[in-house]
Design a binder for this molecule. Structure first.
Ligand code: SF4
Length: 224
């Protein structure tokens, strides 16, 4: 399995923010977000091949009971079903962070689905059309939401993004308290500026707000 990085940190986003967690970051993605914060898993994928035994060994070497399988897009990793099965056998709480464009029958305790809004579409002519066609897959989103405990996490760059969020949340019939809005950015000051107006939107509309706590604490670094 191609792995970009394994690391122990705290969950910085979403409903489990603050929980010490071991992160398994797969390499490879079927999208190319303009603002991707892990280009080493998408635009220039890198990593090393590890066996499931090697990954499980690293997981067990740390005290976390929570594992976050992230990417890239972990749902396109060939051994994702087997990996999550092994993590379940090991008694771990499993979060999967996915853009929600591919379904796999994984073992998962929290499906953290982050559908990509129009603000993610790159200008790169080699990718813009493909990204735009693929980024929202209503059938896959519905299947993931029906099968797993979930959160819908949206990356918001400007207030105008809310129209698309409202439309999708309505179409998916998602409960507002399971919808999480998070400011886009990899710089603590940008996140703070955007967070101020985004928090007001969350108060008005009943969505949850998420910080990017790892950026606030450690900046835009790998392995945190
Ligand atoms: S889906 Fe995630 S990993 Fe893939 S390009 Fe977008 S932000 Fe990057």
């Amino acid at each position: 399995m191609k792995i970009a990085e394994l690391f122990y940190s705290i969950q910085g986003e979403g409903a489990l923010v603050g929980v010490p967690s071991f992160f398994v970051r797969t390499s490879g993605c079927n999208l190319r977000c303009a603002w991707c914060d892990t280009p080493y898993t998408s635009w220039q994928p890198e990593g090393i091949d590890l066996t499931l035994d090697q990954i499980l060994h690293e997981v067990r070497a740390h005290p976390a009971r929570h594992v976050v399988v992230t990417g890239g897009e972990p749902m396109i990793a060939p051994e994702i079903v087997a990996l999550t099965g092994r993590l379940r056998e090991a008694g771990m709480h499993i979060t999967i962070e996915t853009a929600g464009t591919v379904f796999q029958p994984v073992a998962c305790d929290l499906m953290s689905i982050s559908p990509k809004l129009a603000n993610s579409t790159p200008s790169d002519p080699g990718w813009s059309g493909r990204h735009e066609r693929l980024r929202i897959q209503p059938q896959v989103l519905g299947d993931l939401m029906a099968r797993y405990p979930y959160q819908l996490k949206f990356v918001i760059a400007q207030p105008e993004d809310l129209g698309e969020v409202r439309e999708l949340v309505g179409a998916l019939k998602a409960a507002r308290e399971q919808v999480i809005l998070m400011p886009e950015g990899t710089d603590a000051e940008v996140l703070r500026e955007r967070g101020v107006w985004l928090a007001e939107i969350c108060k008005d509309e009943g969505f949850r707000f998420s910080p990017r706590l790892h950026v606030d604490l450690w900046g835009n670094q790998r392995g945190v």
